[in-house]
Design a protein around this ligand. Sequence first.
Ligand code: FAD
Length: 194
Amino acid sequence: MKGFTVGRKEDKIGARGIPSCPLFFDDVFIPDANRLGGGFKAVMEAFNASRPLIGARGVGLAQGAIDHAVEFVKDRSAFGRQVSDFQGIRWMLADMQMQTEAARNLVYRSAAMVDAGASAAELAPMAAMAKCFASDTAMKVATDAVQLFGAAGVSAEYSINRYFRDAKVLQIIEGTNQIQRNIISNSMLGRAAR
Ligand SMILES: Cc1cc2nc3c(=O)[nH]c(=O)nc-3n(C[C@H](O)[C@H](O)[C@H](O)COP(=O)(O)OP(=O)(O)OC[C@H]3O[C@@H](n4cnc5c(N)ncnc54)[C@H](O)[C@@H]3O)c2cc1C
C-alpha cells in the first residue's frame, strides 16, 4: 500500500515473544468502500471485548509465577529449614493465590458478559476492572515471586524475572491502568468519557 511502512522492531523489556513495531501511514489513500463505520467509537467498543483477554493474560502470568515460586520455596533451604516452612513465606503465597483467584473471577465475569451480549455501557467498566485488576495483580504477584527467589530472582539464569518484565507491559497496553480507572469512575459518576 502506497505510503504505508513498518518501523523498526521495538527492543522491549517484556512481552519479547510478541514483536511490536510502529506502523506509519503517510498520505495513505483509503477508498470509501474500505472505510470502517463507527470510527473512534467502534474502536473503543472493540476494547470492551479485548480487555478481558489482557486480564486473562494477567491471570495466567500470575498463576505461572506462583507455580514457579511454590516449587522454588519447597526446594530451597535457608537457616537449616525449607524456605516454605517460614510462616512469613506461606502468608505471602496465600495472598498471591487469593489475589489471583479474585482476578480470575473478575476476568470470567467480564468474559461471560461479552458472550451474553451485554451493552457497551454495562461492559465498559467491567472490562476495565478485569484488565486493570488482573494486570495490577500480575505485577504484584510477579514482584513477590521474584522476592521469594531471593538473589536468584534477579539473576538472568532463572526465568522468574520474565514474569516481572511481562507483567509491567500488561499495565500499559490496551489503555493504561490510569485510563481504566477513568473509565470505571466515569461510569460510577454517570460522566461521558473524554
Ligand atoms: C507492547 C505494546 C504493544 C502495543 N500494541 C499496540 C497496538 O497493537 N495498537 C496500538 O494502537 N497501540 C499499541 N500500543 C500502544 C499503547 O496502547 C500505548 O502505549 C498506551 O495506551 C499508553 O499510551 P502512551 O504510551 O502514549 O502513554 P501516554 O498517553 O503518553 O501516557 C503517559 C502516562 O500518563 C498517564 N496518563 C495519560 N493520560 C492520562 C489521563 N487522562 N489520566 C491519568 N493518567 C493519564 C498514562 O497512564 C501514563 O502513565 C502498544 C504498547 C505496548 C507497550
